[in-house]
Write a protein that binds this ligand. Structure first.
Ligand code: FMN
Length: 146
């Protein structure tokens, strides 16, 4: 089975998780980047209201063909109890009939407020959610320095 991991990270925690998963599964791993760079302030505003409204953000082209994979894992941080906007952009790229794994990094490890709606977004693309995982990263929000 060919698996690819797509992830967005702001502070690096989701990247750490994605790379761990990639080495366990021997999967390809691609970091999704937003076209407009965010700072900590713009992550909160407008990032949090966008996340809560399930808005997608503009992302750089992936450079990979997702149709060639059987299983696609999507990872993102949680902002204001919802997946960060770039997650919604990744969902829009899903080809139908794929198995999808989801993992979310958050300071509290609880995504019960958004979980059902998040799964529905993916299912509305014609995909099957085979797993959903919360990763409790603790600590304070930070920005990844690149
Ligand atoms: C704008 C913003 C909003 C956040 N909102 C929440 C939240 O509602 N619940 C929570 O548990 N963590 C929240 N966090 C913490 C992040 O989800 C957590 O630090 C996560 O591990 C960050 O992943 P990253 O390093 O890949 O960006 C927030 C962080 C940021 C920057």
């Amino acid at each position: 089975m060919r698996t690819i991991i797509l992830y967005y990270t702001f502070g690096g925690a989701t990247m750490t998780e994605a790379e761990k998963l990639a080495s366990e599964l021997k999967a390809d791993c691609v970091r999704v980047r937003e076209k407009k760079k965010r700072g900590l302030f713009t992550a909160f505003l407008p990032g949090c209201p966008q996340a809560m409204k399930r808005k997608a953000s503009d992302i750089e082209p992936l450079g990979v063909d997702l149709t060639g994979y059987d299983r696609i894992a999507l990872g993102a941080p949680i902002w204001a109890s919802y997946p960060a906007p770039a997650f919604n952009s990744m969902v829009k790229l899903l080809p139908a009939n794929k198995e999808v794994e989801l993992f979310f990094c958050s300071g509290g490890g609880d995504t019960s407020e958004s979980r059902a709606g998040t799964i529905k977004l993916v299912e509305d693309m014609g995909c099957t959610v085979v797993s959903y995982r919360d990763v409790n990263t603790g600590g304070k929000p930070k920005k990844l320095e690149e």
